[in-house]
Design a binder for this molecule. Structure first.
Ligand code: PLP
Length: 488
């Protein structure tokens, strides 16, 4: 029996590459790739910001089946340059003013290289104690930098969508005394959730995933400043209670996606406290700006908030993915998500923090490392200067646009985001015109802008937030917009 087993093992040992050779090849190629990375960042401005390819262009260049034999990294890298790069939209381009930013920075990149090299799976304290303890500490730094209450505890999630999904689940469990986890939602519970008509789609998605049903998500209207109408919220809650519903959760926005509207944390918090409702704040993009004392009035009343999320991977120089999720009562989150199969039990048990119980996923990357590199490398003051520049340049450009004939500002800057549109005299269909203008600008490639609707009007969003953007880039983009507007 033994001999059979041994010979079987012998037969199944296949040679891949000699390990020392593979490591030396890695060293050689890594040096080349790091050089390429530095050159890319230096010259990223020379690429069209939005990829100029058509659907299927990349697919046509990719073989339909995987190679049978391994290929040299040098050959793969050449194809990366020739095939993949033309299909990249350059989020690190200094004239990227679309969506929200997706920051990267040299400090963050270096940490990402280390994270990838270590390849640790940081689901529990035991699987990398440094990752867990660093995560706890850097989130305390961030919490204090944002002036969040010191009874908030932080965890890093992949995305704001995941953090909001956690909040929606905890709200469901808290109001049903963790019964839904046990028995399912069933007809006994008629839960209602509330957010503004400006809230990000991740709220609706989370409500769907949690089994609440989108018909039970109330989209509360906003006022002229894109801020949730708190009286309308109160009325909706009252009406629902009168109709036998149980209000479970309100999600407020700080810096909503369309035009950057911000809800009243104080006003909504009072409503939530009075009605025993879970209160979650989505500050995915603008939360970074709360490291500026001049914005901290926006979180007056934060004591009433149960959880708060923002993305350092948007506007705080940290590579995707890195989402800071702060929770007032982590035990509720853990009680909602905990599972403990035999194979995950460890000697330390409850004596340590196991972040596997704090989010949707089990496996976790060491995301704290890049945040640690970023905060140490820039310092809080460096990060504040980074944000203040963007906010100032956005404000400066909005004033210029406001004074320019044939253009109008639709919403003034919220943080570093404003909206505007082209409105030449005699033009009737402004929505169609502005739509054509956005497409022409993006096809031109020198800058990249996206659209939204404000009060039913199609408008152009302009947000300043990229790592390498200077005041000159902002002003140059405006010249491009004016030039193309004359042509559409
Ligand atoms: N919330 C807001 C306000 C957003 O603007 C976004 C994305 O832009 C999200 C949530 C979703 O972010 P994520 O991609 O991290 O899930």
């Amino acid at each position: 029996m033994f001999t059979l087993h041994a010979s079987f093992l012998k037969l199944t040992v296949f040679k891949l590459k000699e390990p020392p050779m593979e490591i030396e090849e890695f060293r050689k190629e890594a040096h080349k790739i790091v050089d390429w990375m530095a050159d890319y960042l230096k010259n990223v401005e020379n690429y069209p910001v939005r990829s100029q390819l058509k659907p299927g262009d990349i697919m046509d260049k990719l073989p339909v089946s995987a190679p049978k034999k391994g290929e040299a990294i040098a050959d793969i890298f050449k194809d990366f340059q020739d095939i993949i790069m033309p299909g990249i939209t350059h989020w690190q381009h200094p004239k990227f003013f679309a969506f929200f930013p997706g920051n990267s920075s040299p400090a963050s990149l270096l940490a990402e290289m280390l994270t990838a090299t270590l390849g640790s799976q940081c689901m529990m304290w035991e699987t990398s104690p440094a990752a867990t303890e660093l995560e706890i500490r850097v989130l305390e730094w961030l919490r204090d930098a944002l002036s969040l209450p010191n009874n908030f505890t932080g965890v890093i999630q992949d995305t704001a969508s995941s953090a909001t999904f956690c909040a929606i689940l905890v709200a469901r469990e808290r109001i049903t005394n963790w019964n839904v986890n046990l028995k399912g939602l069933g007809p006994n519970y008629k839960l209602t959730y509330y957010t503004s008509s400006e809230a990000h789609s991740s709220v609706e998605k989370a409500v769907k995933m949690a089994g609440i049903g989108v018909e039970n998500l109330r989209l509360i209207p906003v006022d002229g400043a894109q801020s949730m109408d708190v009286d309308a919220l109160k009325n909706a809650i009252k009406k629902d209670m009168a109709n036998g519903f149980t209000p479970a959760c309100v999600v407020a926005s700080i810096g909503a996606t369309g035009a950057g509207g911000t809800d009243s944390v104080q006003g909504i918090g009072e409503v939530c406290l009075a009605n025993n409702i879970y209160f979650h704040v989505d500050a995915a993009w603008a939360g970074s700006a709360l490291i500026l004392p001049e914005y901290q009035h926006l979180i007056e009343g934060i004591e009433a908030v149960d959880s708060f999320v923002f993305n350092p991977h948007k506007w705080l120089l940290t590579n995707f993915d890195c989402t800071a999720h702060f929770i007032k009562n982590p035990n509720e989150l853990k009680r909602t998500l905990t599972i403990l199969p035999e194979y995950l039990k460890t000697r330390e048990g409850d004596k340590v923090t196991d972040f596997r119980d704090w989010g949707i996923q089990l496996g976790r990357r060491n995301r704290a490392l890049k945040l640690w590199f970023v905060i140490r490398s820039y310092g809080i003051e460096g990060l504040q200067n980074f944000l203040r520049n963007h906010i100032n340049w956005s404000s400066e450009l909005s004033v210029v646009i406001d004074k320019t004939d044939d253009f109008e500002i639709i919403t003034n800057p919220n943080f570093s985001l404003f909206t505007f549109r082209y409105k030449p005299e005699g033009e009737n269909d402004l929505d169609a015109l502005n739509d054509r203008l956005i497409e022409a600008i993006n096809d031109d490639g020198r800058t990249y802008l996206t659209r939204t609707k404000v009060d039913g009007k199609l408008v152009i969003r302009f947000q300043v937030g990229s790592t390498h953007t200077s005041r000159q880039h902002v002003m140059d983009a405006w010249d491009v917009i004016k030039e193309i507007a004359c042509e559409v």
